[in-house]
Design a protein around this ligand. Structure first.
Ligand SMILES: NC(=O)c1ccc[n+]([C@@H]2O[C@H](COP(=O)([O-])OP(=O)(O)OC[C@H]3O[C@@H](n4cnc5c(N)ncnc54)[C@H](O)[C@@H]3O)[C@@H](O)[C@H]2O)c1
Ligand SMILES: O=c1ccn([C@@H]2O[C@H](COP(=O)(O)OP(=O)(O)O[C@H]3O[C@H](CO)[C@@H](O)[C@H](O)[C@H]3O)[C@@H](O)[C@H]2O)c(=O)[nH]1
Length: 329
């Protein structure tokens, strides 16, 4: 099976590439413009095609020569805050770019499409844990762009039979067990790598955004799901599409929520560093609690998580940062 991984030099995509390229029966090509990803995150032996999903010629070159049977689509801008101040940047890449990519998929008769969606679809959720068919009213343009693609994928299935799986990740975190690849974003906005910047000597303290939420310790609760477990869900999704030839969508979480304070405490235990923390005002747009119901992925895809313990998850991120004090570039 020939698979094209768009955004495969980025954080989550590179973990999928690493896992799928170890398996027999898959030929993998990464397509990435390296705006945020790293060539060093692509394993030796996997071809990296530098190109942009918004550019029809870049796509045509790769689709015509490689003829992928499946596309994993990770390529997007990912910062919620920036999507509020510069929404058109997000619509242009995440929606228009995906239209151009899907046009290539249609032209070349690619059969399967696996899309990186998000918990941000659910805005302020109806209930916790959040189920797949709960109300989707995003609270920011980033979530709107991801919902637009989910809607578009349904239309592509209806019109020309493209079979897709939308995977709504909750908070992706951790790093490959080898420590060779991990999360290296500039600027960094995610809580675990930010907390680890303190023991890395890159910041003095952590700011906790609000301690007056309706949660037991007053700080926001999120569902931290390990990036290697996300990679295995992608492989299961492709197997599902090949076997059942049917589109679907799944929420992917770890099964448990942790507060921001609990994350800081876990990082203190893992690193042995005091990690000073100061409470600041709330960050706009943060809901109290986001926790996924992931039973459908377990039952229908046969997805099994390797990581459930938050310290073990933070430990993998810490191993990565210790191995790459200056990141991957
Ligand atoms: N990180 C999370 O917690 C999280 C949660 C939910 C969903 N997601 C989604 O998962 C996907 C991957 O996220 P990530 O954290 O790995 O982000 P990332 O920025 O590390 O990876 C995205 C990759 O796509 C590439 N890219 C972006 N625009 C491109 C374009 N126009 N053409 C070609 N390549 C392009 C970037 O260079 C980068 O390598 C994104 O679609 C994101 O919205 C992430
Ligand atoms: O310096 C910081 C950074 C974050 N937080 C808090 O930590 C929690 C987690 O924040 P962050 O790591 O930025 O993740 P989210 O805002 O929950 O968003 C991530 O997870 C979502 C799914 O839950 C995805 O949709 C997004 O793409 C992804 O960025 C939130 O309560 C933040 O307010 C802090 O207190 N201090």
């Amino acid at each position: 099976m020939k698979v094209l991984v768009c955004g495969g030099a980025g954080y989550i995509g590179s973990h999928l590439v690493r896992e799928i390229s170890k398996l027999p029966g898959y030929e993998v090509v990464v397509f990435d413009n390296l705006a945020k990803g790293h060539a060093a995150a692509v394993p030796a032996g996997v071809k990296l095609e530098r190109g942009d999903i918004r550019n029809k010629d870049d796509l045509e070159r790769v689709f015509a020569s490689f003829k992928p049977e499946a596309v994993f689509h990770f390529a997007a801008w990912i910062e919620v805050g920036e999507s509020c101040s510069d929404p058109l940047k997000y619509y242009e890449n995440n929606v228009c770019g995906t239209v151009t990519l899907l046009q290539a998929v249609q032209r070349h008769g690619t059969k399967y499409f696996i899309f990186s969606s998000t918990a941000a679809l659910f805005g302020t959720p109806d209930r916790i844990p959040i189920h797949e068919f709960d109300t989707t009213v995003p609270k920011n343009p980033y979530g709107d762009t991801k919902l637009a693609v989910e809607v578009m994928l349904k239309a592509c299935d209806d019109a020309f039979g493209l079979k897709s799986v939308c995977l709504r990740y909750f908070n992706a975190c951790g790093a490959d067990a080898s420590g060779e690849i991990g999360e290296d974003h500039e600027p960094e906005s995610h809580i675990i790598p930010i907390v680890l910047q303190v023991p890395r000597g890159k910041r003095e303290k952590v700011f906790i955004f609000g301690n007056d939420y309706n949660t037991p310790d007053g700080t926001c609760i999120r569902d931290y799901v390990h990036v290697t477990d996300l990679a295995s869900a992608h492989i299961k999704s492709l197997e599902y599409l090949v076997k059942h030839n049917k589109s679907d969508k799944f929420n992917l979480g770890s099964g448990k929520g942790f507060s921001v304070k609990e994350i800081v405490e876990a990082a203190r235990r893992v690193t042995g560093h005091p990690i000073p923390a100061e409470v600041k005002d709330r960050r706009p747009g943060d809901p109290d609690t986001l926790v996924a119901a992931s039973q459908r992925a377990e039952e229908i895809l046969g997805w099994k998580r390797q990581y459930t313990d938050i310290e073990a998850i933070v430990q993998t991120a810490w191993n990565f940062h210790q191995k790459h004090p200056n990141g991957l570039h």
